[in-house]
Design a protein around this ligand. Structure first.
Ligand code: KG4
Ligand code: ZN
Length: 342
């Protein structure tokens, strides 16, 4: 029988609600996917302000849920569960989503599915491309940078992670340093397209290390030093700095993913694919480099379409469906978790 779940996402600066169905063959269908970005509210501060984020979620979440249900042509009575990202994330925002979901679950008597936001990013490729376990996941967002062997729902082995900044955070900080807007990733990518990636010899931290870990803070510092040397920056300089920075990140990502691929087989056998997820997976240069690495290894490369790379409700609903199918439902005591490793 087809199952349908509402997904709610409020862990950072996107308020999102979606309706996703799962048919008997295990194929998912996104029936509505409403996302309201708070970028405008945070732009002036150059980053997400937790208190502003939480308040903004409160203001729009109920309308967004109503709109998602309306677009999907469903009512609460048709749902088989209420899924919500219960963390990790900014606690004020997480609480807004979780309390809303608990209230809906209580009133409608539907199961609550308290989903890990990272798990939702990790499983999105199964919604969009129907891939099978196990696969190697590169999860790259504003708050997280991890290489993970995904062996099944709830069965994740971390092969590497960042010892300082997340890659998205490094993009955001680089953008801020260069006077570009927030969020920085798309801005840096746009400038990099017209810049010279070889003008500045930036470091490639961690390349060659045996563990698949990342370190980004040295790269950010090197970028700042180069920028300070030539200040005031002309547009050409900014473009070249962006291109050089992005090229360094791409080299690091490819090297780290290659190391993780080597470590994968001992843990989980042969991967079905190399999967990228999280906001940074929207970056064209990162996608192209990973696709070519996967090709070298004889693997497929899967990255969700751009609207499903960043935070969204469909991934939460889908993770909820994956859990519901296995009977992994939660009760109303499910906690909000600011930290929640995969
Ligand atoms: O997954 P996401 O939407 O939110 C978090 O859970 O963090 O990721 C947002 C991050 C931001 O740091 C943003 O700058 C980065 O993803 N990002 C990009 C691109 N688009 C978004 N980074 C590099 N290139 C992009 N095109
Ligand atoms: Zn995310």
């Amino acid at each position: 029988m087809q199952k349908t779940v509402l997904g709610i996402e409020t862990t950072c600066d996107e308020t999102a609600a979606a309706v996703v169905s799962l048919d008997e063959e295990g194929v998912g269908q996104i029936r509505a996917n409403e996302v309201l970005s708070q970028i405008a509210e945070h732009a002036a501060y150059g980053g997400v302000v937790p208190e502003i984020a939480a308040r903004a979620h409160v203001e729009v979440l109920d309308r967004l849920i109503a709109r998602a249900l309306e677009k999907a042509g469903t009512g609460f009575q048709d749902l088989d569960g209420i899924a919500v990202a219960a963390g990790p994330g900014l606690i004020g925002g997480v609480l807004v989503g979780l309390v809303t979901a608990k209230t809906l679950a209580l009133v409608t008597r539907k199961p609550l599915l308290a989903v890990n936001h990272l798990e939702a990013h990790a499983l999105t490729a199964r919604l969009t491309d129907g891939i099978a376990f196990p696969y190697l996941l590169l999860l790259v967002s504003g708050g997280h940078t991890q290489l993970v062997a995904v062996r099944g729902v709830g069965d994740y082995v971390r092969l590497g992670s960042t010892i300082d900044d997340a890659i998205g955070e490094a993009f955001d900080k680089a953008a801020k340093l260069l006077g570009l807007g927030y969020p920085g990733g798309p801005e840096v990518e746009r400038m990099a397209e017209v810049g010279d990636p070889e003008r500045f010899a930036l470091p490639r931290p961690m390349i060659g290390r045996r563990e698949a870990d990342f370190s980004l803070s040295g790269l950010k510092t090197a970028l700042r030093i180069e920028a300070e040397k030539i200040a005031p920056l002309a547009e050409r300089d900014v473009a070249d700095l962006c291109a050089s920075f992005q090229a360094a990140v791409v080299d690091v990502v490819v090297d780290r993913a290659r190391v993780a691929l080597r470590g994968f087989s001992g843990l989980a056998g042969r991967p079905t694919a190399l999967v990228a997820a999280g906001g940074v997976a929207a970056n064209g240069a990162v996608r192209r480099a990973l696709a070519s690495l996967a090709g070298e290894a004889g693997l497929g490369f899967v990255a969700p379409p751009l609207p499903l790379c960043g935070d969204n409700g469909a991934m939460i609903a889908w993770a909820g469906l994956e859990r519901l199918r296995l009977g992994l439902v939660d009760d109303l005591t499910a906690p909000a978790r600011p930290r929640w490793p995969l």
